[in-house]
Design a protein around this ligand. Structure first.
Ligand code: AKG
Length: 257
């Protein structure tokens, strides 16, 4: 691809925001330059190469707790400018996770809503996930699939889930009775991204192709969302604006990056 085809945006249009609110997801363009994306992919390649035996590349959850370099991406001004279009000016980093499905035996992601998985840890459950295609993401290598409009359904709740085999699935429970004929495949070129709401029903297929499929989930919430976490194990970071919980949230200082 020539550099001319690689357009970078730092705003979502009102039409894009309206689409996201209506459908619970949005296929978006590129926020990072080609050089920035290449540097991220090299970094991920190294992270995967250094994984201890038995740890799978789908399991790189909260890597930013140990790796401040990732804040170059998580707290990038262009990212925050785009996120601000959806959430407003007070932005908290909730979490991040690389889900890298190796070619050949990459695990499936079971149908779920993030809100059901996170339960009462956040109140209200208002999170937007920026899903960044570190690799090309297609039907063949297990791109994300969403059920449009499902964020407006009555929230399923944990009783609607059944256990699944974690040797073939990234998470351990699956939402039952999803009508897959309604699913939209979110195919993305390298560097493109999509957004989804915490209540959008989504999943992805296993990767039986020869090409890796790595996505970086970068998750943000407005600063009025209360983090009910007394364990202190999960850290959140106020990236822009002011706390709006009346001091109930404890924010970890953003590390130097
Ligand atoms: O990467 C995937 O296939 C699924 C990602 C996901 O479940 C999420 O971002 O909440």
């Amino acid at each position: 691809m020539s550099g001319h085809d690689w357009q970078v945006v730092s705003r979502a249009t009102p039409e894009q925001v309206a689409f996201y609110k209506e459908h619970g997801y949005l296929k978006f363009g590129r926020i990072f330059t080609r050089e920035e994306l290449d540097a991220l992919r090299e970094h991920v390649d190294q992270m995967i190469a250094s994984l201890p035996p038995g740890k799978r590349p789908e399991e790189l959850d909260v890597p930013h707790f140990e790796d401040a370099w990732l804040f170059r991406y998580l707290a990038h001004p262009r990212v925050l400018d785009v996120i601000e279009c959806f959430l407003g000016p007070d932005i908290v980093l909730w979490s991040s996770h690389f889900i890298a499905k190796p070619g050949g035996d990459g695990k499936a992601v079971p149908w779920h809503t993030d809100g059901d998985y996170w339960g009462n840890r956040l109140e209200p459950m208002e999170v937007i996930t920026l899903w960044l295609a570190v690799d090309e993401s297609t039907r063949e290598n297990g791109c994300m699939r969403v059920i449009p409009g499902s964020h407006r359904w009555q929230h399923p709740g944990r009783e609607a889930y059944r256990p699944v085999d974690t040797t073939t699935h990234v998470f351990s429970t699956e939402l039952q009775n999803v009508d897959e004929s309604q699913a939209v495949d979110i195919e993305l070129a390298i560097g493109e991204c999509s957004f989804h709401d915490a209540w959008t029903v989504h999943a992805s297929a296993p990767n039986y192709s020869s090409k890796r499929r790595c996505g970086y989930t970068m998750r943000y919430m407005p600063a009025h969302v209360v983090h009910n976490d007394t364990s202190g194990r999960h850290r959140i970071y106020l990236l822009r604006g002011k706390d709006r919980t009346g001091g109930r949230n404890i924010y970890t200082p953003v590390p130097e990056f």
